[in-house]
Design a protein around this ligand. Structure first.
Ligand code: PRP
Ligand code: ZN
Length: 294
């Protein structure tokens, strides 16, 4: 029996998102107690229970309200949503991991034009997304639904093309296929049920999502400190990626020079530092941010 005084979150038991989903929750400060083979895990320092399920089942658990929250690939979510009259699942945040794409692939080395799809057979585990894509392109083709091993279909003579998930591209390559078109770009997303949540659970949900937002924000964010002539400030503010209102402090004994401190919410690259230096900055420090609450 589920304990309704606690929040429930559905995450993938094993597979492409499983480990990073747990890592995200750990970064959000949750201590998770899991027992091997069990379908549940419990946070010992937050009222959250995890349900460890197949990725394809996550949208259903969340839509039904069995779990208030879930972490799932956009690919799985969209495929599910296309089959529902009313979706029942809302995306709260893109999580920046589990990036992959649903791609149409053809036998390697074979010339390909969109029109070739007309009248062809396409094997996929994502029949609705594939069908939507074909409809959008005005192509009449047969969609062959397979649960797995989609990449074998052309060799077995079951289909001419496949529409499958690609992350590293190794699976396609190993099966003599190459991607020719992108149907959907995907990454992990945090979702919540569209059902009404009782006030206590809603407060817990807000607290947890605020923490997760903080984790996402800090993943890329850096704290930058540098010295610069005051006259260079406009240029420098422009270069600092995603920094709002940097702090400017006078430097004792150095007339016309200031220290600038800023939180940059976008990636800071070596190129960024080179540009800052060119603009007049010196003694540039870039530091990771451990926690952040926005
Ligand atoms: C997808 C896809 C391929 C593999 C591609 O399956 O069906 O088998 O990933 O990855 P690669 O480009 O890195 O080789 P997935 O792991 O999502 O399994 P599932 O569909 O059974 O959930
Ligand atoms: Zn799956």
């Amino acid at each position: 029996m589920t304990d309704r005084s606690r929040l429930h979150m559905a995450i993938q038991k094993s597979g492409r998102l499983a480990e990073q989903s747990r890592d995200l929750l750990k970064s959000a400060g949750l201590k998770i107690q899991a027992h091997k083979g069990q379908l549940n895990a419990r946070a010992t320092n937050f009222p959250l229970d995890l349900m460890l399920v197949r990725d394809d089942d996550i949208p259903t658990f969340v839509a039904d309200g069995v779990c208030e929250l879930g972490i799932v690939g956009l690919n799985v979510l969209e495929e599910y949503a296309l089959g529902q009259p009313q979706v029942g699942v809302e995306v709260i945040a893109r999580l920046g991991f589990g990036r992959c794409a649903l791609k149409l692939a053809a036998p390697a080395g074979q010339a390909f034009a969109l029109a070739d799809l007309e009248g062809s057979r396409i094997a996929t585990s994502y029949p609705r997304l594939t069908r939507r894509f074909l409809d959008e392109q005005g192509i009449a083709a047969e969609v062959v639904t397979m649960r797995g091993a989609v990449e074998l279909a052309p060799r077995l003579g079951i289909a001419n093309y496949v529409c499958d998930l690609v992350s590293t591209g190794q699976t396609l390559e190993a099966n003599g296929l190459e991607p020719v078109l992108t149907v959907l770009d995907s990454e992990a997303v945090l979702v919540r049920t569209a059902k009404t949540i009782d006030p206590d659970r809603a407060a817990q949900l807000d607290q947890l999502t605020t923490r997760i937002d903080g984790v996402i924000a800090t993943a890329e964010s850096k704290y930058i400190v540098l010295n610069a002539p005051e006259s260079a400030l406009p240029d420098i503010s422009r270069i600092l990626p995603g920094a709002e209102a940097p702090t400017v402090v006078p430097l004792v004994g150095r007339q016309g020079h200031v220290a600038v401190q800023a939180v940059c919410q976008e990636s800071v690259f070596w190129e960024t530092l080179e540009q800052l230096k060119k603009a007049g900055a010196s003694a540039i420090l870039v530091m990771p941010i451990e926690k952040m609450m926005l």
